[in-house]
Design a protein around this ligand. Structure first.
Ligand code: 5AD
Ligand code: SF4
Length: 381
């Protein structure tokens, strides 16, 4: 392949080598980027249709046994008010999603593996699957995002009605993964191989699996990001959610950011927000070229870099949005990063705003659908 050709021409010729992907990721040519985004949007239209699908996000708890160096709700952060939604709160939010036409929900929370917790999730799944709108047989699709579990727990949760699972690999490069997770006595709990094995175990249990990475991490290079894209392809995942890394002041990486940020260094970590946003959108658009059929989320963290960050990701090939439907009383404590948007907005206000923004862009919403090819209408039992 011609390595001196403009980066998007290489992509169009099917050159998905690490060097071609990295060159496109780093491009600052507005015309090249516009061509990349327009191409990704066309591929999305062709392979996934015009719709965006909503998955209502319920942040069930910020209690976590892990201590990831980037995350605001890590176990080592004592300045967090820990909470756990009650069963009734979770069901109320799921009912909201059902009646709002969202079609599916995501239960997300910190990682816990105790039996009390895993059994409670199994119970909740069955209850959510039992919810119906009057006169309809449609039941909500359920995605889980509850960290690493044993193969048996994955099977139990699948049996109880969840069909999708999000387990971000966070960084597919093992050395980078280890730099952003604790070592020493906590190393075992944060082992890279368990993360990757988790993705395999989930597939084995029957789940449609989503993964993803953070973009702009300390120590991360454009080549790492290029290899992340190739990792998604190699793992044949069904969904990817990736967003910019946003420093949180009460974490080791957030403190590192404060003390070392130097915009002249050229490191991804130190780039200004608008460049981090471009690179995040480039990742979305390149992934749509590499894996045209999959689901790609326009993630909330994009909104921290620009108010219309998620909508721009939809115009660059993403097809999923996860509107937050967590009760306002709790969601302020689910702070993975600083500057989380929409903390004062309740689920109805969030829906209203999103609908307005999408209407302006002419993007239709796939109401009352799971947003995949196995949209099953089950009988009331
Ligand atoms: N910035 C951006 N994303 C973060 N996550 C955790 N901490 C941060 C941060 N500081 C992401 C991780 C995790 C997901 C739930 O949130 O990728 O998998
Ligand atoms: Fe826990 Fe997930 Fe945060 Fe890690 S990223 S500390 S596993 S909530």
């Amino acid at each position: 392949m011609n390595k001196t050709a403009p980066p998007y021409s290489r992509i169009l010729q099917g050159d998905f080598s690490e060097s071609a992907l990295a060159a496109m990721l780093c491009s600052t040519s507005r015309s090249e980027l516009e061509r990349l985004y327009a191409g990704a949007y066309q591929l999305k239209l062709k392979h996934r249709g015009p719709h965006v699908y909503f998955r209502g996000l319920i942040e069930i708890s910020n209690i976590c046994k892990k201590n990831c160096l980037y995350c605001g709700i890590r176990s080592g952060n004592r300045n967090v008010i820990r909470y756990e939604l009650t069963d009734e709160q979770v069901l109320e939010e799921a009912r909201f999603a059902l009646h709002a036409g969202y079609g599916s929900v995501v239960l997300q929370g910190g990682e816990r593996t105790d039996r009390g917790f895993t059994d409670r999730i199994t119970r909740l799944l069955k209850e959510i699957k039992g919810l119906r709108k009057e006169g309809s047989d449609f039941s909500l699709g359920i995605t889980l995002s509850l960290g690493e579990q044993t193969p048996q727990v994955y099977r139990d949760w699948y049996q109880a009605g969840a069909t999708r699972y999000l387990l971000r690999v966070e960084a597919s490069n093992r050395a980078l993964y280890e730099k952003i997770h604790p070592g020493g006595a906590e190393k075992e709990l944060h082992a890279y191989e368990n993360r990757v094995q988790g993705i395999r175990d989930l597939k084995e249990a029957g789940f449609r699996v989503g993964t993803g990475v953070m973009i702009g991490l300390p120590f991360q290079t454009p080549e790492d990001l290029a290899r992340d894209l190739l990792f998604f392809k190699e793992m044949q995942v069904d969904m990817v959610g990736m967003g910019p890394y946003i420093p949180h002041g009460e974490t080791p990486l957030g403190k590192l950011y404060r003390t070392t940020v130097n915009e002249d260094s050229g490191a991804l970590f130190c780039l200004p927000d608008h460049r981090k946003l471009d690179i995040s959108l480039n990742m979305v658009a390149l992934l749509r070229h590499l894996m045209p059929h999959i689901n790609i989320a326009a993630t909330t963290a994009l909104q921290v870099l620009a108010p219309d960050g998620r909508e721009r990701a939809l115009m660059a090939g993403a097809n999923i949005i996860m509107p937050n439907i967590t009760d306002v009383s709790a969601k302020g404590n689910y702070n993975l990063y600083e500057g989380k948007p929409g903390l004062q907005d309740d689920a109805a206000a969030t829906k209203y705003q999103l609908e307005k923004n999408l209407e302006k862009l002419g993007i239709p919403v796939g109401w009352d659908e799971w947003g995949d090819k196995i949209c099953i209408f089950v009988q009331n039992s």
